[in-house]
Design a protein around this ligand. Structure first.
Ligand code: NAD
Length: 440
């Protein structure tokens, strides 16, 4: 917790924050093994093609599902889930209002709103389905006390490919994800034997794993059962070994920009592990200067680490057939790649390029692997600790949660992409930014 957040959560702090209408950064409820995913029942409404399969999924996830709202003020819900997939005219958008308006104030702290729609290209009314975005994003901005809202577009035939996404969204794993639009396509889903260890028997490569977000990704993927190959530059060797030991994985010291890096990475994965299931391109650097003051060295270094080397590694992995069936490639973009940022023409170019990589590669490998990216907002790491205090505090406040996210929040979203049952989640870029105002 930063100092403002600590203050705002004391008795006096709550009073001052409430009176002055200041940002109110409530502690977020995060996933902890063994504790229930939500703090209250799920109210499930709507009448499209998804309501029955979703009820089955929620029950299998151990959630308490209710179909009818009690009298106003009597219940406190952990989540409100509405199947809007059958809304086929603009007039029927009123069903959203009728479901949510009476119950929205009964959503508990860190509660969840999930709207399910039909991917607009496949819908009876493209207009009505597209309209769901504005509704969901606004609900996300109105919710308080750590609650989140998302829209999931489900293509026809993808009804059985939803479970990993619903389990992610309806739990503390998505604590810092809000206002997002996720698309799920039909896919043959690999159901894990144990939902607590979905990556058991799988091998994951995480670049930039010595610290920060990369170390958290290694921890979460290992928690989910994967053997994690932790990669970082030789200069970070001690930190890297410490992370690899902690997660029961292995360390691979190399610079991803080296000419022989793609060959060495693929050789390592194939010789030691017979291939790889999950590749997370997390290594990234910033070399900030406004364009007029930027030297070619800063430009080149950022492009090499954040984008060019990743393309080369992907090419080598695919050429050597080292990515196993139902494989996963995950990129780490940034809200700067969506919104642009002063002093970051180089960085934002590469982070938008990561989104381009998702678009092109996801189409190329569809059916045998998925390619997605997270776009983090303000995450509390060494990278952001170096930002001047005033800008840092603004970064923390300019989002619906009024706080920065933690590395684990990014890692949990990556673990959802990496999940063997997430085969229908392909070509998505999901922001982990607390619904930041930047690029919204
Ligand atoms: P960090 O600087 O703490 O960690 C980055 C790691 O990558 C370091 O361990 C570093 O040694 C490694 N690395 C750098 N160059 C490398 C190379 N050539 N070969 C191998 N490893 C290399 O950064 P972080 O905050 O943990 O960020 C991780 C990723 O998340 C980056 O891609 C970053 O752009 C992205 N991101 C971070 C934030 C944030 O708020 N922290 C926001 C948006 C996106």
């Amino acid at each position: 917790m930063d100092r403002y957040q600590s203050f705002a959560n004391t008795g006096v702090g709550r009073f001052v924050v409430g009176r002055l209408g200041l940002p109110d950064p409530r502690p977020l409820r995060r996933h902890s093994p063994g504790s229930p995913p939500l703090d209250g029942p799920v109210l499930l409404g709507g009448g499209g093609r998804l309501v029955d399969p979703v009820r089955t999924v929620l029950k299998s996830a151990g959630l308490d599902v209710v179909a009818e709202a009690g009298p106003p003020g009597t219940d406190r819900y952990g989540a409100l889930v509405f199947d809007a997939s059958g809304i086929d005219s603009v007039e029927r958008l009123r069903e959203l209002f009728e479901f949510f308006q009476p119950v929205i104030r009964s959503l508990g702290p860190c509660g969840r709103v999930v709207v399910l729609g039909t991917t607009p290209g496949h819908a009876g009314s493209r207009v009505a389905q597209r309209a769901l975005e504005g509704f969901t994003r606004s609900v996300g901005k109105e919710l308080r006390r750590g609650a989140t809202a998302q829209l999931v577009y489900v293509a026809p035939g993808a009804e059985d490919a939803l479970e990993s996404t619903l389990r992610f969204l309806l739990s503390g794993r998505s604590a810092y994800v809000s206002g997002q639009v996720i698309r799920v396509d039909p896919a043959e889903v690999e159901v894990p034997g144990d939902w607590e260890r979905p990556l058991a028997g799988k091998v994951a490569l995480v670049t930039g794993a010595a610290r920060g977000i990369g170390a958290a990704i290694a921890e979460v993927l290992a928690r989910d059962g994967a053997h994690v190959v932790c990669l970082d530059v030789p200069a970070q060797g001690d930190e890297l070994s410490a992370v690899a030991n902690r997660v029961g994985g292995s360390a691979l010291q190399l610079d991803v920009t080296a000419a022989d890096a793609p060959r060495r990475i693929v050789e390592h994965l194939v010789q030691r592990h017979g291939g790889v299931d999950v590749v997370v391109h997390n290594a990234g650097i910033t070399r900030d200067r406004t364009l007029g003051k930027m030297d070619a060295g800063r430009w080149d270094a950022v492009v090499e680490v954040n984008l060019a080397s990743q393309e080369r590694v992907n090419r080598e992995l695919l050429a050597a057939d080292a990515l196993r069936p139902n494989g996963r490639v995950v990129g780490v973009s940034s809200i700067a790649g969506i919104a642009g940022n002063v002093g970051q023409t180089n960085y934002a170019t590469t982070k938008a390029g990561v989104i381009g990589m998702v678009d092109s590669l996801s189409a190329e490998v569809a059916g045998r692997a998925t390619v997605n990216a997270v776009a983090p907002g303000f995450i509390e790491t060494k990278m952001t600790a170096a930002v001047p205090l005033l800008i840092r505090q603004a970064g923390r406040f300019m989002n619906s949660m009024s706080q920065g996210g933690l590395p684990v929040d990014v890692a949990e979203a990556i673990a959802w992409f990496a999940h063997p049952a997430s085969a229908g989640v392909n070509g998505n870029v999901v922001r982990v930014c607390g619904q930041s105002l930047l690029g919204a």
